[in-house]
Design a binder for this molecule. Structure first.
Ligand SMILES: [Zn+2]
Length: 565
């Protein structure tokens, strides 16, 4: 049996260095037959970093391994040409020598042994001052695993090409990830347990194909997004929100009427649709109507339909919303706005399941599940005689209060990201999400318009943000300054950021007040009155708006005489 060749020392490298030639007049550098270029390491560092952020760790690793691979293949070609008649070990060692000549790494062989006939190959080498490790060491984000990817690709390609069998090298330790040295071990592929996995790095996976694939998926998703947005916008993980969802879930299994309460924009319709979709009526119509947007004298006709000739302009008979919602769910938003006649008709349809169209004698039957919503205090409306008590009790069988967004701040990032996805799809844009500063501002803001306001603000941000950039706070909150200038809760601070009123050192506002010759007591009273108005008379919520405890606000209210009629 022929003895394996074992490495002892590097052969003379003059044959290789002589191949490196500069053609200054032509602007070319050659290594053998190959044109090469000089490039500063810093440029390569930037390049590698950019690739990393663009396509991620695994892909970048494969990308650089293949870069090294093609380099190793061509150096093997050069080596064969330069050392055609050398001992096989000298031919083999031209690889590390060329690697050094290229300035990529110093190579110090520890063990190299091979026997071409038996296919035996085993080698260990030290890599000194690898260019890739050097880049990693100067980067703040140090990788957590060996990072000399292109070098490794080079070694695999070169050894496999020279020896005529597949050799795989692995980096056992790497300075690039904080270890004390770059140590590589090379063996025939089949001697590595995970060689299949490793081979994948050398396969070209077309990112373009994947992009096309993703594109068509986005088209499908975009269509779905608007077809089934119902549960989509119902996002949250806060305790307050989970309690509401539990309640709504319980309600959805029965046919009970639900009364959704909460400030404007908290997502009552989304919740109503969610209840509908998780109920047995999900395949039947969901009809939503906002009672406040329809003139009182037309609301009955809108809800229950109209017979031809019932009034001027009723030239044709038509179905009302209840008929259209038959077997399904009807959502009546701002139900407190219904006229007394409409309230009576609504009560009847809830109790008897029957109604008449306006101007018609014929009694019709419907099977409709009612979800009503209001942002006013219906109990107060009953006391004031504006809302029928019997209808209120009928509606209030299953009340669900949806908390305002400021009481579930931990859901803000989740909701904001959700709207980013939605509007990126809608506007065919890709951002890098919110800047840290923008996210802080979103969470700090008081959101008097609740989720609807958040949705509008995020859409605005998506439209204003540059493609592939972060959404910045100025792109979100310019909108609020321009359009909603009476909103308290957030103020622009001296450094241009947003902070909730109360913690903001808003000298601008203070100056304005002082210039306006204001009265401190009057201002305090006005603020309390406004907060009570916004909270619908709920003292605890008003206290929260003002940044006070409830007892503190109680005390001040008593002192000022507000809230006593
Ligand atoms: Zn390394």
């Amino acid at each position: 049996m022929k003895k394996s060749e074992v490495y002892s020392s590097y052969p003379d490298a003059h044959d290789l260095t002589g191949e490196l030639q500069f053609q200054l007049a032509q602007g070319k550098i050659w290594l053998g037959e190959q044109r090469v270029v000089l490039m500063p390491l810093s440029a390569l560092a930037t390049f590698r970093k950019e690739v990393l952020t663009t396509i991620g760790m695994e892909r970048t690793k494969a990308f650089f391994m293949r870069l090294g691979y093609s380099n190793g293949i061509s150096d093997a070609e050069l080596a064969r040409k330069m050392r055609p008649d050398s001992r096989e070990m000298d031919l083999f060692m031209a690889g590390p020598q060329l690697h050094m000549l290229r300035g990529m790494v110093g190579v110090e062989p520890i063990t190299v042994e091979f026997d071409r006939e038996t296919g035996h190959f085993y080698a260990e080498m030290l890599w000194l001052d690898s260019w890739e490790a050097e880049i990693c060491l100067s980067d703040l984000d140090m990788p957590s695993e060996p990072a000399c990817w292109s070098l490794l690709g080079y070694a695999c390609a070169y050894a496999s090409s020279i020896l005529g069998q597949e050799i795989i090298w692995k980096e056992i330790s790497c300075r690039g990830c904080g270890q004390d040295k770059c140590l590589i071990v090379g063996k025939p592929a089949e001697q590595w347990d995970d060689c299949e996995e490793f081979r994948k790095y050398f396969k070209e996976d077309s990112i373009i194909e994947e992009l096309y694939e993703l594109h068509s998926q986005i088209d499908v998703l975009r269509k779905d997004l608007y077809a089934t947005d119902a549960f989509g916008d119902s996002v949250g993980r806060s305790e307050a929100y989970k309690r509401v969802c539990d309640l709504a879930n319980k309600a959805s299994t029965s046919n009970v009427s639900i009364l959704l309460t909460g400030e404007t924009g908290v997502g009552k319709e989304v919740m109503a649709r969610g209840v509908h979709l998780s109920s047995q009526r999900s395949n039947e119509p969901f009809v939503a109507i906002n009672c406040a947007t329809i003139p009182p004298d037309l609301i009955e006709a809108e809800l229950f339909g109209v017979e031809k000739g019932a009034f001027t302009g009723a030239s044709r008979s038509r179905k009302g919303r209840f008929e259209r919602a038959d077997n399904g769910t009807i959502f009546l938003d701002e139900v407190g706005e219904l006229s007394p006649r409409a309230q009576a008709a609504l009560l009847r349809v809830l109790q008897e399941g029957e109604f008449e169209r306006v101007g018609d004698d014929k009694t019709r039957k419907v099977d409709v599940r009612l979800i009503a919503a209001t942002n006013e205090n219906l109990e107060e409306a009953v006391k004031a005689g504006r809302f029928r008590a019997d209808l209120f009790y009928r509606l209030n069988v299953f009340p669900v209060e949806i908390p305002p967004l400021r009481d579930r701040r931990q859901d803000i990032p989740l909701l904001a990201e959700h709207f980013v996805k939605k509007f990126e799809a809608l506007h065919s844009k890709k951002t890098m999400g919110f800047s840290n500063r923008a996210m802080n501002a979103l969470v700090a803001y008081n959101w008097p318009g609740n989720i609807r306001e958040l949705e509008n603000v995020v859409e605005r941000g998506i439209i204003l943000a540059e493609n592939r950039s972060h959404i910045e706070s100025s792109q979100l909150f310019r909108y609020i300054e321009e359009c909603e200038d009476d909103i308290p809760g957030a103020a622009v601070t001296d450094d241009g950021g947003l902070a909730p009123v109360g913690t903001a050192t808003d000298t601008h506002l203070v100056d304005q007040l002082l210039d306006a010759d204001f009265d401190l007591e009057q201002l305090e009273n006005d603020l309390m009155a406004k907060a009570l108005e916004r909270s619908g008379g709920n003292v605890s919520r008003a206290a929260k708006l003002l940044g006070l405890t409830r007892p503190a606000l109680d005390y001040r209210l008593k002192k000022s005489g507000i809230g006593k009629g």
